[in-house]
Design a binder for this molecule. Structure first.
Ligand SMILES: [Zn+2]
Length: 108
């Protein structure tokens, strides 16, 4: 009997995290601005977001608004939304991404 702690490989942990996130993934996001429901959105990295289990974001196909969904503790979700809004306000980068709905590498 070995005493080594089996914590799984990095790949296994990533796969587990992905499976967990897939389970939390809503079928659709609904745009806060025009109420359009759409299913083309991506999971976001929540490793640095305390209390957030999963986060999803996409671009409304009708009005181009960035739509986000957070899953997790109620307070954490509220904090995440505020933090996200602050980040968007100061950077403006997300707006550029939201128009295409994808991460597009910068090209000169
Ligand atoms: Zn919309």
């Amino acid at each position: 009997m070995g005493q080594a702690k089996q914590r799984g490989t990095k790949d296994e942990r990533i796969a587990l995290a992905k499976a967990k996130m897939d389970a939390l993934r809503p079928e659709k996001l609904v745009c806060g601005a025009c109420k359009t429901a759409f299913s083309d959105f991506d999971a976001m990295d929540t490793r640095n977001m305390k209390g957030i289990h999963a986060a999803f974001g996409g671009t409304c196909p009708s009005c181009g608004e960035t739509v986000l969904a957070f899953s997790g503790d109620k307070d954490a979700v509220a904090d995440a939304m505020i933090a996200w809004q602050d980040a968007m306000g100061s950077e403006g980068k997300l707006g550029m991404q939201s128009r295409s709905g994808q991460h597009i590498p910068f090209e000169d």
